[in-house]
Design a protein around this ligand. Structure first.
Ligand code: SF4
Ligand code: SF4
Length: 461
């Protein structure tokens, strides 16, 4: 049967994977060496790495991923929190607690006043970046409502804190709708394909989202509408993880070829239990080992694309994944509507594994040698799309990321941290200042740290 899966050429993916499976250990070792140059990999090369099973080659793969991660992202880890404002949904995605046939889930959407309450609760935790999330329901959650929510978020301040970047994890829309979303001042537009495998996609979806090509074309329409930064993702566990990695790579390549810039981020959620949903019912569970390998392979395949991890993962595994390639993570997340201000945790989209508060997560990051970052500078400086990618690919971006991480972390320590976190954080700042390579930028960072201590906020490069 002929199937149209658009630019996701499924027979080609199968061929890449079949050829990759027969790659010799020597060929795989050569590819790992090539990947260490941080210039990315072709789809056929990625397919070879996806079959690594030999422990020695796996060690080399992990070492290369750590090296590339460290070289491009240093020890910075960008933090954000999801904000769910409506769980109404007309779709029936088999893996999601918000699906329309889940009659046990109380449905609600937040009023503007309730959204402001949620934002205050998030700001009180120190957050500066949100990922706005809704189900798909044009009647109960129309675009006008979403645009109003974004305006409420940007205008809600708590003490010295405000949300400086709202990323939008919203259903697929038309070009005109994306234009309105862009005009509202969103940061990255994020939408997961869930699975790139068309037959699986069709089997698991009912409702408007069941249209694979409409869903797949969302990023094209968003970019046509002028949204420079888009984030793609796959929900690992729905279909063979090797196929999904190839789907992500082909999606990234398509955007790069068509628009001259690939995705800003790739998200790697793994299937989690939700009300009435058990991962064991899905035939493709991804082991921790496979998950680590796929994060490392993505890091090497698209070195300049951020990799986002959610609270779905256990803290110990998260720490390993940071080293292998993850550059952004959600902290202190609640996946229910109204979860932050009122603690309404029962009606969640999926269960989370990491229940630590942002303060605890931040302290553990600082103690492990990372510098937590609340930086939102690029978007506000107009460093988006190809402008961002050019800076990223020349490595220049690191000269602003590092001081910006230090400045935003300092704000966090002064305004939100517990005494133990402040102590660990100040030690981390002193160590990371040494790593700012330009003496002039380092001196300016020190001056700005003093200005922050004196009460100024939101200083960035
Ligand atoms: Fe609705 Fe999204 Fe859940 Fe599907 S994944 S049921 S579209 S909220
Ligand atoms: Fe991200 Fe830009 Fe800030 Fe670096 S400077 S952390 S790329 S927003």
């Amino acid at each position: 049967m002929l199937v149209n899966s658009g630019f996701i050429d499924m027979p080609a993916i199968e061929e890449y994977l079949a050829a990759g499976r027969t790659a010799s250990p020597r060929r795989v070792a050569e590819l790992i060496e090539k990947a260490r140059l941080a210039r990315g990999l072709e789809p056929a090369e990625v397919a070879c790495l996806l079959w690594i099973d030999d422990p020695e080659l796996e060690d080399r793969l992990f070492a290369a991923a750590r090296e590339v991660k460290e070289r491009i992202y240093g020890k910075r880890m960008v933090l954000f929190a999801p904000l769910y404002i409506s769980n109404h949904c007309v779709n029936d995605c088999a893996y999601c607690g918000y699906r329309r046939t889940n009659h046990d889930l109380p449905r609600r959407r937040l009023t503007p006043a309730e959204i402001a309450e949620e934002v205050v609760a998030l700001e009180a935790m120190g957050h500066k970046r949100l990922a706005l999330e809704t189900g798909e329901d044009p009647a109960h959650c129309p675009l006008d409502y979403v645009l109003e929510a974004i305006a409420v978020i940007y205008s809600t301040w708590h003490d010295r804190g405000n949300i400086r970047r709202v990323n939008a994890n919203l259903p697929a829309m038309s070009v005109d709708e994306y234009r309105r979303l862009k005009a509202a001042g969103i940061g990255t537009y994020v939408l997961f394909q869930e699975t790139y495998h068309l037959p699986t996609y069709r089997r698991l979806h009912r409702g408007p989202k069941a249209d694979y090509l409409w869903h797949l074309g969302a990023m094209d329409r968003a970019m046509e509408a002028g949204i420079d930064d888009v984030g793609i993702g796959a929900l690992f566990g729905l279909y063979d993880h090797r196929f999904e990695v190839m789907g992500l790579i082909l999606h990234a390549l398509h955007l790069e070829q068509k628009f001259g810039v690939g995705p800003h981020t790739i998200s790697v959620p793994r299937l989690r239990p939700a009300t009435g949903v058990r991962p064991a019912e899905f035939a493709y569970p991804v082991s921790d080992r496979d998950f680590k390998r796929l994060v490392a392979i993505l890091r090497l395949a698209v070195p300049y694309t951020g990799i986002i991890l959610s609270t779905r993962e256990r803290p110990e595994l998260r720490d390993e994944l940071f080293a292998l390639g993850v550059s952004q993570l959600s902290a202190g997340s609640c996946t229910g509507v109204g979860g932050y201000a009122r603690g309404e945790h029962a009606a969640t989209q999926f269960e989370v594994e990491d229940h630590r508060s942002p303060d605890e997560i931040i302290r553990s990051l600082a103690v492990s040698g990372y510098i937590p970052s609340y930086c939102t500078a690029c978007y506000r400086q107009g460093r988006t799309g190809d402008r961002f990618m050019q800076l990223a690919k020349t490595g220049e971006i690191g000269n602003v990321c590092q001081p910006n991480a230090i400045l935003t972390f300092k704000e966090y320590l002064l305004d939100y941290a517990s005494p133990a976190t402040r102590e660990a954080g100040e030690r981390a700042i002193a160590a990371h200042l040494e790593e700012v390579s330009s003496p002039a930028v380092r001196e300016e960072t020190v001056r700005r740290l003093k200005r922050i201590e004196a009460g100024e906020r939101d200083l960035y490069f």
